[in-house]
Design a protein. Structure first.
Length: 358
């Protein structure tokens, strides 16, 4: 009975927003029950971290876990599906309490699904559907479930949101939020550079490989009296047959190995070059590509250092302001307690002196 009365009196969507959203602040209207709300918030945060941790087990090789391990992963994924479904709808109906724009407050049900948190939570729900593959349900082959299984890695970002309850992590996340516009412009510029350089390098490498293959055919397919064509000590009646035999040879096929021959490899190579990582699995061969890679490496040293400096500088500023705001509050608290005592002593001394004079 006491629990039902408590829920009827205090539980509403505004309190639910304080619980499910990972913000340390609690609405001042509920100071009477702030301990209960804080406990519910921490319990909910622990539940989210626990469910995310279970979901990460599905990223391992399930065949090595055996039937018992698969059963545990299946139960964990089913649990995470219901938890994240509740998490999504709880954020959806309480989104209006966490935004300040009148338009977003009025149409919160429309704005939340296209927000970063809305998309992240929805993908967390979809990733748990991977549990269907563990019971033999075949929806669209292994590719579909492979995509859903990969989405489980996004739950790391959900854990990061929970870590906002911890002061150091909250400062780091706040730094990214404050510098969001500047970092967005920088990363957009980096993405444009990666795509641009990737397309240029891809085009040059393809032309260079095609030229090498043409040179190989010209050097190895030789004509004799314009009627007999020789390749690898074999005679062919026509040139097309000799060229086809040359193309099927191991030497001809080896010409393209290690070269960038598709768009995905070009983007990958541009990314690791611009970030100055350079794994060595691909290397430029065309002269123009080599020149571009040198330019990219120099640009990468300058560009990649900009976000690092912005984040580090803003982080140090926030840390200093956090410490400065924390120390005065304690000092003022001590003074406020000590000053009344000193005032009381002075008033008592004055009263005693007045009584003596009387």
């Amino acid at each position: 009975m006491k629990l039902t009365k408590f829920l009827k009196k205090y539980f509403n969507l505004e309190i639910l927003s304080d619980i499910v959203w990972s913000n340390p602040e609690i609405n001042e209207k509920y100071d009477k029950i702030k301990n209960e709300v804080r406990f519910a918030k921490l319990s909910y945060a622990c539940l989210i971290v626990f469910v995310c941790s279970i979901s990460f087990a599905s990223l391992f090789n399930l065949n090595s876990l055996g039937s018992f391990g698969k059963s545990l992963v299946f139960i964990g994924q089913i649990l995470s599906f219901f938890v994240f479904s509740f998490d999504y709808f709880a954020h959806l109906i309480t989104y209006r309490f966490k935004v300040t724009s009148p338009l977003k407050i009025k149409y919160s049900l429309l704005f939340f699904p296209i927000s970063f948190i809305g998309i992240l939570l929805l993908l967390c729900v979809f990733s748990s559907v991977h549990a269907l593959s563990l019971i033999g349900v075949n929806m669209d082959g292994k590719g579909f479930f492979g995509v859903l299984k990969g989405l489980n890695i996004l739950k790391i970002f959900r854990i990061f949101l929970v870590f906002k309850l911890i002061a150091p992590f909250r400062i780091i996340i706040n730094v990214f939020e404050k510098q969001r516009k500047l970092l967005t412009y920088i990363f957009l510029f980096i993405i444009i550079l990666i795509i641009l350089f990737g397309l240029i390098i891809w085009n040059n490498e393809l032309e260079y490989v095609n030229q090498l293959r043409e040179n190989f055919l010209d050097d190895n397919v030789k004509s004799q009296n314009n009627t007999i064509f020789i390749f690898a000590n074999k005679e062919f009646a026509n040139k097309e047959a000799a060229i086809e035999a040359a193309k099927n040879s191991a030497d001809y096929q080896a010409i393209g190995s290690g070269y960038i021959d598709n768009f995905i490899d070009a983007i990958y190579f541009s990314t690791i070059t611009l970030t100055t990582i350079g794994y060595g699995d691909f290397s430029p061969h065309a002269p123009i590509s080599k020149a571009l890679v040198s330019v990219m490496a120099l640009l990468g040293v300058a560009i990649i250092a900009i976000p690092s400096g912005i984040i580090a500088g803003s982080f140090l500023t926030d840390i200093q302001s956090h410490l400065q705001n924390k120390k005065p509050s304690k000092l003022f608290g001590r003074k406020s307690k000590e000053e009344p005592k000193e005032e009381n002593k002075e008033t008592k001394i004055k009263e005693k002196e007045e009584q003596k004079n009387d």
